[in-house]
Design a protein around this ligand. Sequence first.
Ligand code: NAP
Length: 254
Amino acid sequence: MTDTPSARVAIVTGAARGIGAAVAARLAAAGHAVGIVDLDAETCAEAVEKIRANGGTALAVGADVADEEAVTAAVATVAAELGPPTVLVNNAGVLRDNLLFRMTTADWDTVMGVHLRGAFLTSRAVQGFMVEARYGRIVNMSSISALGNRGQANYSAAKAGLQGLTRTLAMELGRFGITVNAIAPGFIVTDMTRSTADRIGLDFAEFEASLVAGIPVGRAGVPEDVAAAAEYLTGPDAGFVSGQVLYVAGGERT
Ligand code: NAP
């Protein structure tokens, strides 16, 4: 059965580059007007231009997803300029990796703030539009690291927390025609994974080869692999899929 969305407006956070930019492009190609939210509106220009060049509609909005006032303002801007948002992809993310004894409280708070508080604030700001429309799709970007990863106590806790948030929001919002799911990517080639290779002093090709060795499908992921999953979960045909975590990880450890 296909649900009927009353509006085709999506918000993707952290969408200036990487996975978020690919998700935004894919949702625009599927017919959504997309609010590209990232820390600085100017960094969104390339993602916005790419969508417009393909005939789509996109708007750059600067906001720190951990900042309540900024999130409220960003969602209001999208609603005013593009229409009421009924699709939300909580994708913004940062890393502050370190072993526990070296992890600072600021490292912990920053990662929790962007991933977990950010997804909470943005979902809360958008849900009213979805409830009113009796239609909505929320996708939270978790990670295979939710299952535990050395050096990522903050990140794995935040990504596991997102899975709990996902299941709970699915229970609360289902009655309004709103589905809430998570995608848990494995190793995806983006600036985030390039910076991890830099941080541990490995050449990226070497870093990639070491990780691909543990991936059953025998390759690294690309942002488009995640975008394809996001298009399905945010689409009108996925109305009976909610509270799920879809691992997009090439078969690794799930
Ligand atoms: P990325 O290339 O680093 O992109 C992340 C984007 O989020 C950047 O544009 C960044 O802006 C933005 N951002 C950071 N903090 C923000 C904030 N407070 N408010 C708004 N935007 C913010 O990372 P990616 O690899 O595409 O990752 C996207 C998501 O997938 C993240 O949630 C990540 O944890 C998750 N993920 C990635 C992988 C992977 O292998 N790449 C695997 C599993 C899960 P700036 O550039 O200005 O910092």
